[in-house]
Design a protein around this ligand. Structure first.
Ligand SMILES: [Zn+2]
Length: 238
């Protein structure tokens, strides 16, 4: 049974601590201090660090955490030269076994070319990094809209009851954008109100679910790469 704790770090990033029995892992430690504080407070020793992509706000905590706990760093083969201390390189054909959980690697080029998502099959949990956000999608720093569209298609194939943990709290802005292009969508209107209340109370709007994204995220609702590009371009100037 996978247990996930959300740790807000930096200005609007989320790092995650997961537990499977006695096994502990960290996803995307963009800074070390708040993560080490949490681990110490809860008497936890991490076994793994999982990295979705090479950006500083996802990797800058690796060095300090690894030197303190000597944990195994797992990250995308395609970005190994840009990520400190990688021990295990993974790509789409790989499945990891983390204390009995099958973890499927999904390559999701777009935000960066080597970006990967981690899908914990048995628990139906996805760590989507900066590919899929609640009601949004990552900026195209390295890939094209077509790349990202194909990455979204892969994620869309996951079950509706997949729990999704993403890399940033961008939900309010994303909801505003979705409403600007899909304002008659009742599920979206309802959700936009819900996330506003959550943020007014200073709580994370994460996790989301794949089913909810399919209903409310305009990028997840696109059927063609052209349509996807149109929305991505509009969002860039929103
Ligand atoms: Zn990023």
């Amino acid at each position: 049974m996978l247990d996930v704790t959300i740790l807000p770090i930096l200005s609007d990033n989320y790092a995650y601590i997961f537990k499977i029995g006695e096994t502990v892992g960290i996803v995307d430690p963009g800074e070390a201090a708040p993560i080490i504080d949490y681990l110490e407070l809860n008497n936890l020793k991490p076994d793994y660090i999982l990295i979705t992509h090479h950006h500083f706000d996802h990797v800058d905590g690796i060095e300090q955490i690894k030197s303190k706990y000597n944990c195994i760093v797992i990250g995308p083969t395609a970005e190994q030269s840009k990520i400190y201390g990688i021990d295990k390189r993974v790509c789409e054909t790989d499945t990891l076994d983390i204390n009995g959980e099958d973890v499927q690697i999904i390559e999701t080029a777009g935000h960066t070319m080597g970006h990967i998502c981690y899908y914990f099959k048995n628990s139906k949990v996805l760590f989507s990094g900066d590919t899929l956000f609640a009601m949004g999608c990552g900026r195209l720093f390295e890939g094209t809209a077509k790349d990202m569209f194909h990455s979204f298609k892969k994620l869309r194939a996951l079950p509706n009851d997949t729990t999704v943990y993403c890399g940033h709290e961008y939900t309010i802005d994303n909801a505003k954008f979705c409403l600007s292009v899909d304002g008659d969508n009742a599920a979206l209107i309802e959700r936009a109100k819900e996330v506003q209340t959550i943020r007014d109370n200073n709580k994370p709007t994460i996790p989301t679910t794949m089913g909810l994204e399919k209903k409310t995220n305009v990028f997840m609702r696109c059927d063609t790469a052209q349509e996807f590009k149109k929305y991505r371009d509009l969002k860039d100037n929103f």
